[in-house]
Write a protein of this length. Structure first.
Lengths: 362, 285
């Protein structure tokens, strides 16, 4: 005798209890604190802040802990929290020339005002497992020097003095807000950059890579990459002037790209731009390359049908929260639709079978 | 008891107002997909975020809420959405179709006829009926505004020439009031006839795709077909094993290791009330 399945409610409760237990793991091992994650898993925290579009290292660390280290799940937690926050206003645009740089490199000039600053990079480490880290390890203090007391000029500005690179477009119109308006095509550059800044790092990386390999190639030099801290200022109407409301770390990449000129533009270098919350240079460089590739129309380049040139394709598929939701939803029950497909396939097979029998008889 | 930290029904009033405007526009232009600034919800995209936002926007404290997934009240995601609104809005919940003032559904329309005092909210994965014929949103919007639906008819025609039938069994496209071609969400085509001339308001929410559309009461909704291949709302050719209903949509359930199977109503409330009224199917105890 068949009894219809019941008990979804209890199953869900039990699943949540088990999940909490699995999250904690072996209880004889000390529990991770949020501060430990924030301080020692910084780059994971940075990715969650960037793609979650919320600058709060403590919340990002908490989300990583709750998500058992699944960064997309952690990003989702942050996004769902972010959407409930009230908006007090908009900050002043940040001025990246005033950045206190931890790192600032240029691949186009050997030396330049402000100098090359390597900063805390993996770039020249040998990727050998450091077994000392498996035990407790003390860190020797890194050598220090005084921070240069100057603004860090942008490399592109030096090129601009000779007119060798396109003028950065200056536009004071308020950009559209991706999180408050539906995404509609065609998307202008501010909207595209907004979308890329919170886009999935892996997706943007692969698109940029595909462009480098020839699918919509625009050879990019890293004109400049900088990582550091910046003050965020906001106008307070009651005060009548702007005040500093906090400090954030960002990664900025400006690419310098070949451009042989078109019917309307003389030969000159062009720009791609990437800006990401936190320290994430892989994402910032990828973003600059993808941004530049999507500008083919405005620069009068050919559309060679490369994925990276297809703005609608890129923007509609770049958000990992949307992507993972829709992808994973296919594990939800679909028996009603499957049942109707079953009926259809049975019907078509019956008819195909009948035809074959008839052909054999003839 | 509602969670104090959140507004009634989770969304803030500004967001609800924005969604209500989209709903009103949708009702004014039946079948037209209205873009709206969908919010990130505390459940994943694909789990019914569009339906949840629409339900939250129309919900009042006097409402009685029912959620079904695949026709059933006790499937896990239906349980989860029901408890979300119990928690954030404190509204009454029910499993009885007749008692509910808002019914949120995934993939089915209840068997019992709806009334003028009810709102049916559909969860929609892909709102664009032309999406699998033309992947570009910029193109499909143009096709709708020019009423250019030839591609859809060609697709249905090709189905017939290849298979002898229109090979679409769910999310079967409809034409609304002779104007917009609309995706009824992935309901089986068996449910399509219930879309038209329905006394209840029908609202469709697609969260990830940021679209809302609507059917006001008593709207004309016609499933696309050809004169010589009329629309056929087929279902499994069986009666319900538990309640004996012959005209309800059925789920096929595998009941033993030998692959033995039986058919039961997908609408669990419909099936239960029939059994309570003394109807018995051949497999009932």
């Amino acid at each position: 005798m068949y009894v219809a399945v019941k008990g979804g409610e209890r199953a869900i409760e039990n699943a949540h209890a088990w999940l909490a237990e699995e999250r904690r793991g072996d209880q004889t091992v000390p529990e991770l604190s949020v501060a430990q994650i924030r301080e020692q898993m910084t780059l994971a925290v940075n990715r969650v802040m960037a793609e979650g579009s919320l600058y709060d290292p403590d919340l990002a660390a908490l989300a990583i802990k709750q998500a058992r280290g699944d960064l997309i799940e952690a990003i989702f937690l942050i996004r769902a929290y972010r959407t409930t926050l009230p908006r007090f206003g908009t900050s002043q645009p940040i001025d990246t020339e005033s950045m206190a740089c931890d790192r600032r490199i240029s691949a186009t000039f050997k030396d330049l005002p402000g100098g090359q600053v390597l900063g805390p990079t993996f770039d020249y480490t040998h990727r050998l497992l450091d077994f000392k880290l498996a035990a407790d390890s003390d860190v020797t203090e890194a050598p220090q020097r005084d921070a240069p007391d100057r603004r860090m000029p942008h490399v592109a500005d030096f090129l601009n003095r000779e007119g060798l690179i396109e003028e950065a477009p200056h536009d004071d119109t308020e950009p559209r807000d991706l999180t408050r308006e539906p995404l509609e095509m065609p998307a202008d550059r501010p909207l595209r950059l907004q979308s890329l800044a919170r886009a999935d790092e892996g997706f943007i990386l692969s698109l940029a890579y595909s462009s480098q390999r020839g699918y919509g190639r625009n050879h990019a030099f890293v004109g400049e990459l900088r990582i550091g801290q910046l003050a965020v200022e906001m106008d307070i109407p009651e005060l009548g002037f702007s005040i500093e409301i906090g400090e954030i770390t960002v990664t900025e990449c400006e690419s310098v790209n070949q451009f042989i000129g078109s019917k309307t533009e003389p030969p000159q270098f062009t720009r791609g731009y990437g800006l990401v919350l936190g320290q994430s240079e892989r994402k910032a460089i990828s973003m600059a390359v993808v941004d530049r590739a999507m500008r083919w129309e405005e620069l009068g380049e050919d559309n060679v049908g490369a994925p990276v040139q297809d703005t609608e394709f890129v923007l509609y598929h770049a958000d990992n929260i949307q992507a993972t939701g829709f992808l994973e939803h296919i594990k939800l029950p679909h028996y009603v639709d499957f049942q109707s497909e079953l009926e259809l396939v049975r019907k078509l097979r019956r008819e195909a079978g009948a035809e074959q029998v008839q052909e054999a008889a003839e | 008891m509602t969670d104090q930290a959140y507004n009634f029904a989770y969304l803030d009033e500004q967001t609800k107002r924005m969604i209500r405007r989209a709903i009103l526009k949708g009702l004014a232009v039946p079948g037209y997909q209205v873009p709206f600034a969908s919010r990130e919800m505390p459940m994943p995209y694909g789990w019914g975020t569009g339906g949840v936002q629409v339900s939250a926007a129309v919900m009042t404290t006097d409402d009685c809420f029912k959620v079904i997934d695949q026709g059933a009240d006790d499937t896990t995601n239906a349980v989860s959405i029901r408890s979300f609104f119990k928690r954030t809005a404190g509204v009454k919940a029910t499993t009885r179709t007749a008692e509910a003032s808002i019914i949120q559904t995934r993939h089915r329309i209840p068997e019992d006829a709806l009334t003028e005092s009810q709102i049916l909210v559909y969860q929609v994965p892909i709102p664009e009926p032309l999406r699998f014929l033309e992947p570009r949103e910029s193109e499909t919007r143009k096709m709708h505004s020019l009423e250019e639906y030839g591609l859809m008819h060609v697709k249905l025609y090709e189905d017939i020439s290849r298979h002898g039938h229109i090979a679409t069994s769910y999310a079967y496209p409809v034409k609304v009031e002779g104007r917009y071609v609309m995706d009824p969400s992935p309901i089986p085509k068996f449910d399509n006839p219930k879309l038209g001339d329905c006394p209840a308001i029908q609202l469709f929410g697609a969260g990830r795709e940021q679209r809302i559309y609507a059917l006001p009461p008593y709207t004309q909704v016609i499933s696309l077909d050809f004169e010589d291949h009329p629309f056929d709302p087929s279902k499994a050719d069986h009666a319900c094993g538990l309640c004996g209903a012959e005209h309800s949509y059925l789920d096929e359930v595998i009941i033993d290791d030998a692959g033995g199977r039986m058919f039961v109503c997908s609408d669990t409330d419909f099936c239960r009330s029939r059994q309570e009224d003394g109807h018995k199917g051949k497999d009932a105890a």
